[in-house]
Write a protein that binds this ligand. Structure first.
Ligand code: KG4
Ligand code: ZN
Length: 329
């Protein structure tokens, strides 16, 4: 079965053609365009993002139409995310679905992330899913039938946002979070002892941590290159320790199930190294490196997995900005 997928939940415009069958999958085409334009604003501007999605679809219209003509079904992210950005993808998918007479499967973006460690791996439900993205931070128990039980969530900001905001503060270039990690990895000296937020609690919180780092930076008269690197490494260490601490608590309460990490922060090298050294006997899975950040292949993959379990609705997509994967958020 051939899927055409669209993803426009934030600042990546992505489309994909992928074939799925009983034995595996083949990615036939994947384009992911990251919108660099937001660099000059110091973060993603929703209105600008929507316009960029439209421009990308207009300039690639013939190529996309041709790909859609080859698919059996269209999958599109309908939420959560920036409403205007989602509307562009959803309206485009609806138009393609109607004009080319192809069924449409709406996909939840968090579900797309949390199923992504199953790509090219032996991971299968039941498993513990740790979603670490720019907009969401949560831990789920994924049951055999793909039903989700929320185990932990952030009470305020997402971990990726903390990486981004502190990266901006330290003068890292765009994308701030990824560049903060690069700066941190290149530091070899002594790191600062920063507070670990919500220690002993299974939930996450990053807003107080961000304020603490802001205060630390503002107390320095001059932010030298050494300080920048030292703070970046200390911040990365504290943020990743937060994740490890939640995993220890979850293992203690629920037992050592296999774990799937996903979302942009799951590409962090320091996180991967720490997990390997602290949990050498646990089964820990990540999406392929190129599929950690937002892309339309994970949209197709989630649609396929849910279709296989009889858990999708075939209908025109709606749009929602807030998360509805777990009901108690
Ligand atoms: O999952 P994603 O592509 O988008 C959302 O759905 O939000 O994640 C983007 C987030 C950004 O906040 C970015 O700072 C973070 O992932 N990120 C990283 C790294 N690469 C991307 N955070 C830490 N280390 C990285 N190497
Ligand atoms: Zn995402």
């Amino acid at each position: 079965m051939i899927f055409f997928g669209l993803e426009t939940s934030c600042d990546e415009t992505s489309w994909c053609l992928a074939e799925f069958n009983k034995t595996g999958h083949q990615c036939l085409h994947l384009t992911t365009c990251t919108q660099q334009v937001h660099e000059k604003y110091g973060g993603v501007v929703p209105e600008v993002s929507s316009r960029q999605h439209i421009e990308k679809f207009q300039s690639h219209f013939d190529e996309i139409s041709d790909l859609v003509s080859k698919c059996d079904v269209i999958a599109v992210t309908e939420g959560p995310g920036l409403k205007g950005a989602l509307l562009v993808g959803v309206n485009f998918a609806s138009a393609l679905s109607i004009s080319q007479n192809k069924p449409c499967i709406p996909v939840d973006h968090i579900e797309a992330h949390l199923l992504s460690p199953m790509i090219n791996s032996e991971l299968n439900p039941p498993f513990i899913s740790v979603v670490l993205s720019g907009g969401h931070t949560a831990i789920f128990f994924v049951e055999e039938n793909l039903n989700l039980r929320l185990l932990s969530k952030t009470l305020d900001d997402a971990i990726g946002e903390a990486f981004d905001k502190i990266g901006l503060l330290l003068g890292c270039g765009y994308p701030y979070g990824r560049n903060l990690a690069v700066m941190a990895d290149s530091f070899d000296g002594e790191i600062l002892d920063l507070p670990i937020p919500l220690k002993g609690d299974v939930n996450f919180s990053f807003s107080g941590f961000k304020t603490a780092v802001k205060r630390l930076v503002s107390e320095l008269q001059f932010l030298s290159d050494f300080h920048k690197h030292q703070i970046a490494a200390s911040v990365q260490n504290a943020l990743i320790e937060t994740v490890l601490e939640k995993l220890r608590l979850i293992f203690k309460t629920f037992g050592e199930f296999p774990v799937g990490f996903s979302g942009g922060v799951s590409s962090n090298n320091f996180l991967r190294k720490k997990l390997t050294s602290e949990f050498p006997h646990s089964k820990i899975f990540f999406p392929p490196e190129s599929l950690c950040l937002d892309n339309a292949f994970i949209t197709c993959f989630a649609a396929f997995k849910k279709l296989k379990r009889g858990k999708v609705e075939i209908r025109l997509p709606k749009v929602y900005s807030r998360w509805k994967v777990a009901t108690n958020h």
